[in-house]
Design a protein around this ligand. Structure first.
Ligand SMILES: *[C@@H]1O[C@H](CO)[C@@H](O)[C@H](O)[C@H]1NC(C)=O
Ligand SMILES: *[C@@H]1O[C@H](CO)[C@@H](O)[C@H](O)[C@H]1NC(C)=O
Length: 353
């Protein structure tokens, strides 16, 4: 009896677990089907969202396009070495995504500052025709290129920053020996040389030769032979002429924040948000050359006797005067804030009615 009972129980248990198993299998497969259906729905929703986001984006850029006609603008910042240019380029890179423009570095082989005539033609043709990259800011250690010489009716906008020429030279002198706080681990060209600028000037060394001051004038003068003759007065006049006629704005290193503020007021398409970034961001600190020693007064006097210093300094003072003039026309600088003087023109007597 016992045996038969056990048999029946086993059969019942086997049967019901078999039934349960089949039933569970069915449930699992139904759930699985539901899940993949759900996944398809979620995926579809995501696609829809992306599409909506895209539509928003293109609507936004469409509005930008219609609001401003400067979407094919090209800015050229032909930066002079050791003028605080890395800090400013950093701001342009930080803003380019948000403000929707491109920033492109022009790397000139072997740190040359001029291009051959065919290279100038290639450069000009390339940046004028490269529509996918417009609007764009090109920057590099390149002397002024006169676009109108090449038969183009649309010139780019030039901007630049210059610095007290003697400060720039001293900064450069120590930079090639000790580097700076931007890339402290890079071994510089004259690493290991510990001669101070004073010692160098006292023994008429070549690294501190006043001819080395001849850089800001040729950068603004451009690609003519005499631009590169140290102490050439024609080059100075040409540089001044370009500064006022060919450059939208030239700032000075000593007032970099003010330069950025005038630029933001003038070209918000590129520089909206630049002042805030400069004042509160990490980019506000200039690269600081390490181990720089302030030269002695007799050292400065000796350099200031040279014709090259006199012309470079005249150019610098000309740039300072020009920048101050523009700055004070743009802003009321009372209590330290930039208050734009605003629209000082309006139209009237528009005829015929
Ligand atoms: C310019 O290009 C050369 C060769 O590719 C490279 O070695 C150099 O680091 C570049 N210069 C800068 C400033 O990036
Ligand atoms: C400009 O030069 C870049 C780099 O060589 C190239 O990729 C681009 O296609 C050029 N654009 C035009 C319009 O020639």
């Amino acid at each position: 009896m016992q045996g038969r009972h056990a048999g029946v129980i086993i059969a019942v248990v086997l049967f019901s677990s078999g039934y349960l198993f089949v039933h569970l299998l069915g449930e699992v497969s139904r759930l699985y089907n539901d899940t993949s259906k759900l996944e398809r729905v979620v995926a579809k929703l995501q696609l829809d969202n992306i599409e909506i986001a895209h539509r928003h984006l293109s609507a936004a850029s469409y509005q930008d396009n219609t609001a401003q006609n400067d979407d094919d603008l090209i800015l050229i910042y032909n930066r002079v070495p050791k003028t605080g240019s890395t800090s400013f380029a950093g701001i342009a890179y930080d803003l380019c995504k948000k403000n929707k423009y491109n920033v492109i570095h022009i790397n000139i082989t072997k740190n040359g500052h001029t291009l051959s005539l065919p290279d100038q033609v290639r450069f000009i043709a390339n940046i004028s025709e490269w529509t996918e990259k417009k609007p764009a800011l090109y920057h590099g250690h390149l002397a002024y290129v006169e676009f109108s010489r090449f038969g183009l009716d649309k010139n780019p906008l030039y901007i630049n920053i210059i610095r007290d020429p003697l400060d720039r030279l001293v900064s450069y002198y120590y930079f090639v020996r000790y580097g700076d706080d931007f890339r402290p681990s890079v071994r510089r060209r004259k690493a290991g040389n510990t001669e101070t600028f004073d010692d160098c000037v006292a023994k008429d060394g070549s690294d501190c030769d006043p001819e080395n001051l001849w850089l800001q004038i040729p950068f603004f003068c451009g690609h003519s032979a005499e631009c590169w003759t140290p102490g050439n007065r024609w080059a100075l006049e040409q540089a001044k002429f370009h500064l006022v006629n060919k450059y939208l704005l030239v700032g000075i290193t000593e007032e970099l924040g003010d330069f950025i503020a005038v630029l933001e007021a003038t070209l918000p398409r590129f520089f909206h948000g630049a002042v805030e970034l400069y004042n509160f961001g990490r980019k506000s600190h200039l690269r600081k050359t390490s181990n720089k020693v302030q030269p002695k007064p007799e050292t400065l006097e000796k350099i200031q006797e040279s014709q090259v210093w006199k012309l470079e300094n005249e150019f610098y003072e000309f740039a300072v005067e020009q920048f101050h003039f523009i700055k004070h026309q743009t802003f009321d600088l009372t209590n330290g804030a930039y208050v734009e003087k605003g629209n000082r023109f309006h139209y009237e007597k528009i005829r015929p009615r």
